[in-house]
Design a protein around this ligand. Structure first.
Ligand SMILES: NC(=O)c1ccc[n+]([C@@H]2O[C@H](COP(=O)([O-])OP(=O)(O)OC[C@H]3O[C@@H](n4cnc5c(N)ncnc54)[C@H](O)[C@@H]3O)[C@@H](O)[C@H]2O)c1
Length: 386
């Protein structure tokens, strides 16, 4: 177990592809951190990565990495299907784990991780980096201080563009490997932020379709979410939108807060428009003293503070669960045609073990037959299992 007074936090990065560079970059700016080992199934990749980030050791798996040197934390940057097995292996070794999104492929896997974390001296922190920029933190602080009033209306759009070549990579667009399409893989960042700022969600009604890409999953989904507060928000997740944008609009009683960015934001991407009579909020908003962009660096800063204090760092598994549950509910609603409540997808429910409810709704549909809605033939099965 890491003792910050005894030495640097020794980190292993598992999976040295695209996103691993964001982890290495973020970690190399933190104090008291040593990038100790680069782990990848592909030795050429781990060696190239190690050379770029001045990492002394490489390994082909976690077991070898640990056998050849001490570690305190692993950052799991592999494709989604291996996240849980690697995290379980690390927790069994009492290591701290930072896990890329999505942390798991199903709610069942989230529960497995929680149980393993409960008996480990290690902890799990899920990457949802948009919670950690100054803009989001300020909205949350204003909200918690009661300055914004009740949340009322929201829109949350992830309108991105991924061409067919993107989906031709072996692990993309497959339920077994990626857990879903843009709902699990892309929009999850933005609706995680929506849930973080708007509070507990209550129920969702959704549609999803495969309109333009050859994948097994959806390439667009849309949900209408009611929150416990009574607020209502729409959530759109797309990878077929030529003008890309990520947008969040939150109408509170006393102000509209808006964020428009693409893959990360800083203060300039946020605006606050006060309601008549609440003009003082505009001055308050303009007086930002810090400008920490959203990103891995911001989240690692907070993770390290918590580890130093001996606390479970954010985003904990419990903290990520409502977001994963909303993803599962968007799939369950769009595939069965029913409104899904939070808490409904528990053990015994078809959508607990797989985000497609084991129905593979778009597998037989080709991109040449656009617009076909998800088949509902499994709806009875869902009801029976629930
Ligand atoms: N937080 C973000 O903004 C963000 C952005 C992009 C990707 N991601 C997530 O990061 C993860 C990785 O995505 P990527 O684009 O970097 O993938 P990638 O394909 O570029 O890299 C994955 C690497 O993992 C290695 N690998 C696969 N299985 C392994 C195993 N069992 N042990 C060791 N190495 C293994 C591969 O050889 C490859 O080098 C995904 O979960 C993705 O959703 C997050």
């Amino acid at each position: 177990m890491w003792n910050p007074h005894a030495g640097a936090l020794r980190v292993g990065i598992i999976g040295t592809g695209g996103i691993a560079h964001a982890h290495a970059d973020a970690l190399s700016t933190q104090e008291n951190v040593e990038l100790a080992v680069a782990v990848d199934l592909d030795a050429g990749r781990s060696e190239e990565f190690a050379s770029k980030w001045a990492i002394q050791r490489t390994a082909s798996d976690l077991c070898t990495a640990v056998a050849n040197g001490e570690l305190d934390l692993v950052a799991i940057c592999t494709p989604p299907a291996s996240h849980v097995s690697l995290a379980l292996e690390a927790l069994a070794l009492d290591l701290h784990v930072v896990i890329e999104k999505p942390p798991a492929l199903s709610l069942e896997q989230m529960h497995t991780l929680m149980k393993a974390e409960a008996v480990s001296r290690g902890s799990v922190s899920c990457v949802f980096q948009h919670r950690f920029g100054t803009g989001a933190q300020r909205v949350l602080a204003l909200q918690e201080a009661g300055r914004l009033g009740r949340p009322l209306v929201g829109t949350c759009n992830t309108l991105w563009f991924r061409n067919q070549a993107y989906f031709d990579v072996p692990w993309r667009g497959l339920w077994d490997v990626e857990g879903g399409g843009p709902t699990m893989g892309h929009g999850i960042h933005q609706f995680d932020l929506l849930v973080h700022l708007f509070g507990p969600w209550q129920e969702v009604t959704a549609f999803a379709s495969k309109l333009a890409r050859k994948t097994d999953t959806e390439d667009v989904s849309a949900g209408v979410v009611r929150f416990e507060s009574g607020a209502i928000a729409t959530v759109m997740n797309s990878v077929i939108s030529p003008r890309e944008t990520s947008q969040l609009r939150l109408d509170f009683e006393h102000a509209t807060v808006e964020l428009e960015h693409l893959y990360g934001y800083d203060n300039d991407h946020w605006t606050l428009t006060p309601a008549p009579g609440s003009e003082e909020l505009a001055q308050l908003w303009a007086a930002a003293e810090t400008n920490i962009p959203s990103g891995h660096s911001a989240q690692y800063g907070v993770i390290l503070e918590h580890l130093k204090a001996g606390d479970v760092p954010p985003v904990s598994l419990a903290g990520a669960h409502p977001t994963m549950e909303l993803a599962a509910a968007i799939y369950a609603s769009s595939i069965t045609g029913k409104t899904i409540s939070r808490g409904e997808i528990g053990e015994g429910h078809s959508f607990f073990t797989r985000m497609d409810g084991n129905l593979e709704p778009w597998k037989q549909q080709t991109a040449e037959e656009p617009g076909k809605v998800a088949p509902k033939q499994g709806a009875e099965k869902v009801g029976a299992d629930a």
